[in-house]
Write a protein that binds this ligand. Structure first.
Ligand SMILES: [Zn+2]
Ligand SMILES: [Zn+2]
Length: 347
C-alpha cells in the first residue's frame, strides 16, 4: 500500500510499504476511505510537537473493515466505521471511568510514532485498529464519509469544549479561534440553544463558515475590540462560557475577561506549555477553568445527530484531494492556501 511517512529532518514522504496485518484477536484491518490532515500532523511535520520520525502520519479517518480478529464480536467485514484518534481498550480503570484518552493499555494515538503508542497512522490505504469492539463506531448507511470524517477527533473535541461549560438554553457562548476545532465547537454550541454565539478569528473566510454553522456574532480582532464588543452585547457582564480553541496566553486572558461571573472557560487549544495566569480576576469572578484532550466517548452520539440532520460540519471541509497529492495538501492546509480550513484525503 501507499502511506505518508514522516522521515528524519521533517521530511514528508509518500512511499510503498507492506499492508498491515492482524496482530491480536481484538484487531481489525480498516481500508481507509477518507482521512484528513490535522494541526497535530503539521506540528509533527514541522517539529513543534516532539516525535521520533519514521512513522506513518494521520489519526483522523473513516473506513471499511476488511479483516476481523478472532475475538471481535461487534463488527464484521464490510462494516463502515468511524475510528477514534486514540484507540482505547474499554476495560482498564481509566476506560471504565470514561477517561478513555488516558487508556492505560494503549497509551497513544494513531500516527504519532514511538513516543505515543507506535500505532501506524491513517494517511495510508489500510490501518490496523486494536480493541475494535471498545472503540469503533458504526457509520449509519445514510451518512457519507465526508459527514462522518471528523467525529473521531475535532468534532468530538468541539462537543467536549461546549459540554465543559454545561450550557443552558438562552446562555451566551464565545468561541475564540475559527479553526476546525473552534468551528466544530460553534456547531455543537447550537445543539444547546444558546442566545448568542460569538466567534473570534482574524480570518474573515473562517468567520463566514462559522456563520453557516450557527455563530451569531462574528468578531475580527483586526477590526474590532473583541472584549468591548462581547461585553457590550451581554449587558456588560460577558458570556456564560468561553472556549479557547487557540491556545495562546493572550487568548486565555481575553477568555477570562469575557466570561461572566460564575461562568466557565473551556480550553481545548494546545499552544503553550506554561503561562502567567490572571489569578485575581479568576478568583473574584468565581470562574471555572476546564479543558484538556477529549475522551472520545461520544462518537456514536455525534453520528446519530449527523444521521438525524441535527449536526453538519461538512462546510469546514473545504478541499478534497487524492492520497497521491497529500504532500501538496499539507502545504495548502498549513499555509491556509485557497482559504483552506480542512482537507479530506481519499484513496
Ligand atoms: Zn487531529
Ligand atoms: Zn483502557
Amino acid at each position: 500500500m501507499k502511506a505518508l511517512f514522516l522521515r528524519e529532518q521533517q521530511q514528508l514522504s509518500l512511499e510503498d510499504t507492506p499492508d498491515p496485518t492482524l496482530q491480536d484477536g481484538g484487531d481489525v484491518i480498516v481500508r481507509v476511505t477518507a482521512s484528513s490532515i490535522c494541526g497535530s500532523d503539521v506540528h509533527f511535520w514541522k517539529g513543534h510537537l516532539p516525535s521520533i520520525p519514521d512513522f506513518i502520519l494521520g489519526h483522523e479517518f473513516v473506513g471499511e473493515i476488511i479483516e476481523v480478529g478472532s475475538q471481535v464480536r461487534s463488527f464484521q467485514k464490510g462494516d463502515r466505521v468511524a475510528v477514534p484518534a486514540n484507540p482505547f481498550c474499554g476495560t482498564c480503570v481509566n476506560c471504565q471511568a470514561g477517561r478513555v484518552n488516558n487508556c492505560l493499555t494503549v497509551k497513544g494515538m494513531f500516527g504519532a510514532g514511538l513516543m505515543m503508542g507506535n500505532l501506524p497512522g491513517a494517511q495510508a490505504h489500510y490501518v490496523r485498529v486494536p480493541h475494535a469492539d471498545a472503540c469503533l463506531a458504526k457509520i449509519p448507511p445514510s451518512v457519507d464519509d465526508k459527514a462522518a470524517l471528523l467525529v473521531g477527533d475535532v468534532l468530538s473535541t468541539g462537543l467536549f469544549a461546549i459540554e465543559n461549560g454545561s450550557p443552558r438554553p438562552g446562555d451566551n457562548i464565545a468561541v475564540f479561534g475559527a479553526g476546525p476545532v473552534g468551528l466544530c465547537a460553534v456547531a455543537c454550541a447550537r445543539l444547546f440553544s444558546p442566545a448568542k454565539i460569538f466567534l473570534v478569528d482574524i480570518e474573515d473566510y473562517r468567520l463566514e463558515v462559522g456563520a453557516q454553522l450557527g455563530a451569531t456574532h462574528l468578531l475580527n480582532p483586526e477590526r474590532v475590540n473583541v472584549v468591548k464588543e462581547i461585553k457590550a452585547a451581554t449587558l456588560g457582564v460577558g458570556v456564560n462560557l468561553t472556549v479557547d480553541a487557540v491556545g495562546l496566553p493572550s487568548i486565555l486572558k481575553d477568555c477570562i475577561t469575557c466570561t461572566a461571573p460564575g461562568g466557565t472557560v473551556s480550553v481545548v487549544g494546545m499552544g503553550t506549555a506554561s503561562l502567567e495566569f490572571p489569578m485575581m480576576k479568576f478568583m473574584l469572578k468565581n470562574l471555572t477553568l476546564r479543558g484538556g484532550l477529549v475522551p472520545l466517548v461520544n462518537m456514536k452520539r455525534l453520528l446519530t445527530l449527523i444521521e438525524e440532520k441535527r449536526l453538519d460540519v461538512t462546510p469546514l471541509i473545504t478541499h478534497t484531494i487524492k492520497l497521491e497529492q497529500i504532500i501538496e495538501g499539507y502545504h495548502m492546509f498549513a499555509d491556509k492556501k485557497d482559504n483552506c480550513i480542512k482537507v479530506m484525503v481519499v484513496p
